[in-house]
Design a protein around this ligand. Structure first.
Ligand SMILES: CC(=O)N[C@H]1[C@@H](OP(=O)(O)OP(=O)(O)OC[C@H]2O[C@@H](n3ccc(=O)[nH]c3=O)[C@H](O)[C@@H]2O)O[C@H](CO)[C@@H](O)[C@@H]1O
Ligand SMILES: C=C(OP(=O)(O)O)C(=O)O
Length: 417
């Protein structure tokens, strides 16, 4: 079994270019099935989830080629609209096929998607949204079949600003008849990237990045070239790791405005942060202070950085209180951090992190993608060697995490245990 062996105590130093965002690449690849022509998508990260998305597109009949960081999708040859259950299960983002296939072909069959087990993660907003756009929904034997001769624009108000539901609705509405308004929409930068891609294909979308999005349906979308935005969660993970190891790192390729809440918390903690457009530097030479934080939809503190930030705060001066407002079960990494000497107690959605003088290397298991990133950060901070097992989760979202961190001076090897 693959594991990471990390010898802690080496400050991260240097510069890193951040690759394209998983959470933008996945919906954009899914959206390419709506396009009658060729889409060239650049800066697509080499990740397990991206491989699964490409497998799904090929299974549907699309021609997909990867040429380095570019993925070329030609969806003219799509033969069916049933996403196989085994592929649906492999990641949450498989649900992104629902809106596009339904909108273009008038039918789609999906099943409950997989993904990180960080809460129940139902898909009721997605299904309700498709129904409101005029689709007939049949749920039977674990499958969800949606059909519609043509979708019709409407007003959909989300109960919570769900990223995935906002994206699925934008995609479906792009080929619907008339105008769709999405209220209480999520505002994440990846949604804006998806909208930019769709606009380049001919879609009419306004208000992305705001809480009310207006989509005017068109009849066809045409091929385009698009470059994926830099991954703010990867950048955040590296910056947190730099501070937690008392290092000095500059990341390039992510808009600092996409990380405002993280950078604010780092400054509050006493860490030096310099940010200008798409270059961000973090430097930490001494102890840093505990901070309280609550995860929230963008522009609030991202839930995807809660676990990495918690790892850093395990050795802060004082006690930090972390409130997880987005997912109800996103503290699974806490028990593993405790094996390394962290002092954390959890009550429902609140974790209290009492700073300790140091962590010590141990054998730990990734519980989910960002929980895994937290354990790697803890390993970089710890005294001695940490073995991080169950790497599958981390490989879903971080491209060659071992060599990437090694370039920054980490002592980290992929080993067989
Ligand atoms: C591929 C991708 O972009 N993944 C991101 C996306 O996940 P994802 O799109 O799955 O997350 P959502 O924003 O939809 O989830 C937010 C909350 O809404 C709930 N909910 C969501 C949909 C629904 O139909 N019903 C429902 O109750 C979820 O259980 C959760 O409690 O946004 C999350 C929140 O920023 C991030 O952690 C994920 O990294
Ligand atoms: C939870 C995540 O991913 P997904 O929604 O793909 O499970 C994540 O990227 O942290």
């Amino acid at each position: 079994m693959d594991a990471l062996a990390i010898t802690g105590g080496h400050p991260l130093q240097g510069e890193a270019r951040i690759y394209g965002a998983k959470n933008a690449a996945l919906p954009i690849l899914a959206a390419s099935v709506m396009v009658e022509g060729t889409c060239v998508i650049d800066d697509v990260p080499e990740l397990e989830d991206v491989r699964v998305m490409i497998e799904i597109l090929r299974n549907l009949g699309a021609r997909v080629e990867r040429e380095g960081t570019r993925v070329v999708v030609d969806s003219r040859y799509i033969q069916h609209t049933n996403v196989p259950a085994d592929l649906m299960r492999r990641m949450r983002s498989s649900i992104f096929l629902m809106g596009p296939l339904l909108a273009r072909f008038g039918e789609v069959r999906v099943s409950k998607p997989g993904g990180c087990v960080i809460g129940q993660r139902p898909i009721d907003y997605h299904v309700r949204g498709m129904r409101m756009l005029g689709a007939a929904i049949e749920e039977k034997h674990g499958y969800i079949r949606c059909t519609a001769n043509r979708l019709h624009g409407t007003v959909v108000t989300l109960d919570f600003p769900s990223v995935g539901a906002t994206e699925n609705l934008i995609m479906a509405a792009a080929l619907a008849d008339g105008v769709t308004i999405i209220e209480n929409a999520a505002r994440e930068p990846e949604i804006v990237d998806l909208a930019n891609f769709l606009r380049a294909c001919g879609a009419v979308i306004e208000g992305d990045g705001e809480a009310s999005i207006r989509v005017v349906g068109v009849h066809h979308l045409t091929g385009t070239e698009h470059r994926i935005i830099g991954d703010r969660i990867v950048a955040g993970t590296i910056l947190i790791a730099a501070a937690a190891t008392h290092g000095h790192v500059t990341v390039h390729g992510v808009q600092s405005s996409h990380l405002g809440s993280l950078l604010g918390k780092m400054r509050e903690s006493g860490i030096r942060v310099d940010a200008a457009r798409d270059i961000i530097t973090v430097e930490c030479s001494g102890p840093y202070r505990a901070v309280d934080l609550r995860t929230e939809p963008f522009p609030g503190f991202p839930t995807d950085l809660q676990a990495p930030m918690m790892a850093m705060l395990t050795t802060a001066q004082g006690t930090s209180v972390i409130r997880e407002n987005v997912f109800e079960a996103r503290f699974k990494h806490v028990n593993e951090l405790a094996r390394m000497g962290a002092d954390i107690s959890v009550d429902m959605r609140t974790a209290v992190v009492r700073g300790v003088s140091g962590l010590s290397g141990a054998r730990v298991e990734c519980t989910d993608l960002r929980g895994g990133a937290a354990l790697i950060i803890a390993g970089l901070m710890a005294d001695g060697v940490t073995y991080v097992e169950n790497l599958y989760h981390v490989d879903r979202g971080y491209q060659s995490i071992d060599s990437y961190l090694r370039e920054l001076g980490a002592q980290i090897e992929r080993v067989q245990l």
